[in-house]
Design a protein around this ligand. Sequence first.
Ligand code: ASP
Length: 319
Amino acid sequence: MRPAIIVHGGAGRLRGEDVGRRLEVLRGAADKGYEIMARGGSALDAVVEAVVVLEDSGLFNAGLGSALTFDGVAELDAGVMDGEGLIGAVAAVRGVKNPVVLARRVAELTDHVLLVGEGAERLARILGLEVPEEVLVTREKLERLRELKARWRRGEDYAWLAKLRKLVEEHPGYFGTVGAAAVDGEGRVAAATSTGGYWLKLRGRVGDTPIPGAGFYALKGVGACSATGIGEYIIRFSLCRAVCELMAKGLPAEQAAREAISRMSAELGEGLAGVVAVDANGGVGYAFNTEAMTVAYRAAGMERAAALAPRKADQRATA
Ligand code: ASP
């Protein structure tokens, strides 16, 4: 059954344009991760490299495509974990194109799990992972920010945080965080997630993505999980930890993902999140309670990764 990898490009509403291109990039990311493992590489290498492909594409809300804060900067979050004891994350970092790589370096080079802001940027500088601000804060993005703000201002002034759900409904492009979960030929599991957060977020806001158990999680011998959606709710529910605990009870990835999302819907409501997961046997699964999600996966016996953009109406997990 092994190896296997599943990647996601966020959950939310799907905008018509770009869906085909995004699916193609997701498929390429899953293939890249799979091939790394097929050559004997680790699940950790696979998830990090798959996420780098998505960060570099500029098509998702991560890396080059990251959303801007209310005052026009790009503050990125990412986290990575495997079942072998490696765990690292960065939050609210500016001027870093591949925060998932920086998250891995935090795990490998420091005694810490999570580095934020300036401290994380200092490490990025030492490691040569820094890019000029304009790479992430483009003119195009600033224009989009102006439009979003103008629309928002026509509603209740600065009431946006309390109206988060409404905001997300009104601005379909919101989600597009990326992530991956993989199990390699030796049964090692890993997960990685990377995001720009969401448009109009406050400076300093940290979402679920760099929080272990919320936006990413991996359990040795069990499985790994990556989440996307409204971080504030994912943190409340500890979504990825919930998926891994269900897998620890013996549920395959597919059922664990569905069960966790259905429990989250019952507890906190619909329209909030999506997950991808792998179990240690090589099963992959996804589930979401938003309108749509984009995923790609490749399991043993598949010639190429399959990419799909399931809608809530026809939701089903993969095997
Ligand atoms: N979970 C991310 C956050 O809240 C957003 C997303 O998944 O698109 O920062």
